[in-house]
Design a protein around this ligand. Sequence first.
Ligand code: NAP
Length: 265
Amino acid sequence: MNQTVLITGGSRGIGLALARHFARAGDRLILAALPDPELEHAAQSLKDAFPDVQVLTYPVDLTTPDAPQRLWSFVHEHQWHVDVLVNNAGFGTWGEVPRIDVEQELRMIDLNIRAVYSLTRLALDTMQTRDSGHIIFIASIAAFQPNPYMATYGATKAFIRNFGMALYHELKAKRSGIRVTTVCPPAIPTAFREVAGMHRSTLYSGWLSSDVETVARATWKGYLRKSRQVIPTWYLPLINPISRLLPEQFSIWLSRQTLRQNLPG
Ligand SMILES: NC(=O)c1ccc[n+]([C@@H]2O[C@H](COP(=O)([O-])OP(=O)(O)OC[C@H]3O[C@@H](n4cnc5c(N)ncnc54)[C@H](OP(=O)(O)O)[C@@H]3O)[C@@H](O)[C@H]2O)c1
């Protein structure tokens, strides 16, 4: 399709799985992730599987305030213009709020909110001049209700989902050619689980779990269909309407029951 696609957190997990779909379609890619050999391995695996596809890598810590602007300048230095931005990089924390390292939570807010917002603004500036483009937000099912023991993470994902959905409606109201898709994946056993210290959490073996390829495939289909929201797996789309019919206390209780199991300390 010859689109230029920027994927944050493209070195593994959902980002890399999604990169394969874009590469298969003939798009060129910029993968941005933390400075780590994993990023080059990811790019090489894509080049090996899809020899005609161009892949650039940009090692960056997106929690640093000027990182989004530096990433954007890097893309422009290569005379590339981003057609599709995938706001995917993110991590989570697990535990009672006062017991979680405050600096880790602030880094998470910087990555999951600040970097997403900054990159989206940069993308909108470029896309508006061409009246075309697509922004994909990777939120979470944690975005639908307050989440005891993942309080801050859930709140960052609620920001992403609300922001993405509102942006979709703003652009639709003015008949813009720019598309927005917000994705709400369930629990998937990627490196996310280890980074959040959740290896003992039952979340990843229960009915709320899925796998990375299911999420990537659903996201890819949602992108092709220009869907407003993607909730991978067939039963999860029922959660939102059902939870709206139930008292909020119930969905918070359900979330708390799920997240408190095997909580450390
Ligand atoms: N896994 C789940 O259960 C789940 C559920 C719902 C939503 N999500 C969301 O899905 C997205 C992707 O998660 P995943 O499961 O694919 O996790 P993952 O496998 O841990 O991948 C996270 C990606 O983000 C990158 N990243 C982390 N910190 C970064 C930073 N400071 N600057 C730049 N890049 C950074 C990582 O780079 P490195 O490889 O260099 O560390 C990696 O490429 C996240 O936004 C997450 O919140 C995940």
